[in-house]
Design a protein around this ligand. Structure first.
Ligand code: CAA
Length: 261
């Protein structure tokens, strides 16, 4: 895979780490960076040696400070629509990767940065992280999924407050309202994200993938359809070698060795 200009993408063992690295704009997402995230995520999805991904920002000050405001400033309505559709597609890819993706949020996660974190499976925040959807201050509105994922994560009232006031919240408040899963000291951020990811990927990969799909699809459907999907996915699990291995290992009182089949 050729090198990237605005991010680094490294694999170590079963984990790929994608670090957005555009220091001149606090890692803001221009079109080129979005395209690079898409390419890295496509690689992570298709490489069988990658079982999970960590997304973070370079530099310690920002995870991602939003979509690139210089590009938004000059965009026509048609260009702005294409930009948001592209961002939405990339973040949909992150959400439906089929493998767990953990956001390790190390600073500002604003606008498109908060939206990227929300597309990830889980969010771990450093104590110095802050979150917000400041778009209405700029005369625009969230465009990479914020109006949809934020109310699904934290409920309509808190989402409306964050989007309409355009005020940032700190990591503790983000944790209190359920926007992030855990808050840790900055020095422990990557270790903790890795710990959680290793815990997830030690489980049966197909079962993990189907469980993520059931949660995601269920949130977009009624409970009855969600339950029907859950039942079919459970049945699919029942036909896997990993189900035989997982149940046998339990009964034989030994750790399972999952093959992903
Ligand atoms: N786009 C482009 N450039 C950005 C940027 C962004 N989102 N955020 C920061 N930068 C640039 C700044 O312009 C500055 O560049 P120069 O050094 O060339 O002047 C550099 O990054 C450093 O930023 P600051 O000097 O502003 O740093 P600070 O510490 O004073 O403030 C900050 C940090 C509070 C994050 C501030 O930079 C800020 O408010 N950034 C914008 C946040 C924002 O509004 N994000 C939403 C974007 S719109 C969006 O995301 C739409 C969508 O949903 C699709």
């Amino acid at each position: 895979m050729p090198d990237f200009e605005n991010l680094s993408y490294r694999k170590s063992g079963a984990i790929a780490t994608l670090t957005i690295d555009r220091p001149k704009a606090l890692n803001a997402l221009n079109q080129a960076t979005l395209a690079e995230i898409q390419r890295a995520m496509q690689d992570a999805a298709s490489d069988p040696s990658v079982h999970g991904v960590i997304v973070t920002g370079a530099g310690g000050k920002a995870f991602v400070a939003g979509a690139d405001i210089t590009e938004i400033a000059s965009a026509s309505p048609q260009e702005a629509q294409a930009f948001t559709r592209h961002g939405q597609a990339v973040f949909d890819l992150v959400e439906t990767l089929g493998k767990p993706v953990i956001a390790a949020v190390n600073g500002y996660a604003l606008g498109g940065g908060c939206e990227l974190a929300m597309a990830c499976t889980l969010r771990i925040a450093a104590e110095n992280a802050s979150f917000g959807q400041p778009e209405v201050k700029l005369g625009v509105m969230p465009g990479f999924g914020g109006t949809q994922r934020l109310p699904r994560l934290v409920g309509k009232g808190p989402a409306m407050q964050i989007i309409l006031t355009a005020e940032n919240i700190d990591a503790r408040e983000a944790h209190r309202i359920g926007l992030v899963n855990e808050v840790v000291e900055p020095a422990r951020l990557m270790t903790r994200a890795e710990e959680i990811l290793l815990r997830i990927i030690a489980n049966a990969p197909l079962a993990v993938r189907l469980a993520m799909e059931a949660v995601n699809h269920g949130l977009d459907a009624g409970q009855a359809q969600g339950l029907a999907l859950e039942s079919v996915s459970f049945a699919l699990c029942a036909g896997t070698e990993d189900k035989r291995e997982g149940t046998t290992a339990f009964l034989e009182r030994r750790p399972p060795r999952f093959s992903g089949r």
